[in-house]
Design a protein. Structure first.
Ligand SMILES: [Zn+2]
Length: 259
């Protein structure tokens, strides 16, 4: 596969993954309200899919590429470890500067206060779509078509509950159904931007490949640990959240082994 093919594939696949957000957002026409329990369960399911995608579709190929690049499993492992930490730290640094609300939006407080919180929640989901796009974009590293497609399917699937959560939250603060759906759809469109960045990075040089994969993995792990797990365990639904996360993990693992 040519470098330009990798870029085109990465961009197209991350765009397709963002359609999952659109599907979820359009779901607001059918599902008008989500209980806190339902929201915690669904977002945790999304986190489980993200987690397995990080392991099987980012870290494993990263280790493979790095070991062959550095002719050593230990050096390869060290490089992937460093890249993972770099990705997580970069996301941490970005989080310090961008105002956002952690994943789940509050139900309490006055209407004005609530409106602000919902917008911060929408920002949080939108921001986390950038590393997801990045992950899909780097997934085609080395022309690995199957790996990239598996990632796109997994990320696309977990975008469905995320898109729904965004649109339902907007509906709850008085936006019309159409407008709530539209903003949800737009929140997913940052994904192809991340996809393009990731695809360009991995197509540039073989030496960059494992680093880009590891970087995307670290960014994903940061979001899962910093945002989704704490927020979905904060409302008394931790048992449900733990098991929906595990179900998401298993679903993605099966997807990875079957595709
Ligand atoms: Zn996600």
């Amino acid at each position: 596969m040519q470098a330009s093919d990798v870029i085109l594939m990465g961009f197209t696949a991350s765009f397709c993954a963002s359609l999952g957000t659109a599907v979820g957002s359009l779901g607001v026409f059918a599902i008008r309200k989500l209980s806190r329990r339902m929201e915690d369960g669904l977002l945790s399911l999304a986190a489980g899919i993200m987690l397995a995608a990080t392991f099987f579709s980012l870290l494993l190929p990263a280790l493979e590429h790095a070991s062959s690049n550095y002719h050593s499993d230990i050096l390869g492992g060290a490089a992937v470890g460093a890249g993972t930490l770099l990705g997580a730290f970069t996301l941490f640094a970005i989080h310090q500067y961008v105002p956002h609300e952690h994943f789940t939006a509050g139900r309490e407080g006055g209407n004005h206060y609530k409106l602000g919180r919902i917008w911060l929640f929408v920002t949080a989901i939108t921001l986390h779509n950038v590393p997801e796009g990045l992950a899909v974009g780097v997934g085609f590293a080395g022309g690995e078509l199957e790996n990239g497609i598996t990632l796109a399917v997994g990320i696309g699937l977990q975008n469905i509950p995320e898109g729904l959560a965004v649109s339902v939250a907007l509906l709850s603060v008085g936006y019309s159904t159409g407008r709530s759906a539209l903003i949800g759809i737009l929140s997913g469109l940052v994904e192809p931007v991340g996809g393009l960045i990731g695809a360009v990075a991995v197509s540039s040089a073989a030496t960059v490949m494992p680093w880009a994969l590891a970087f995307a993995a670290g960014a994903m792990l940061f979001i899962i640990s910093d945002e989704i797990i704490p927020e979905t365990h904060n409302n008394g639904n931790q048992n449900l959240a733990t098991f929906t996360l595990l179900i998401g993990f298993v679903v993605m693992m099966l997807l990875d082994t079957s595709l």
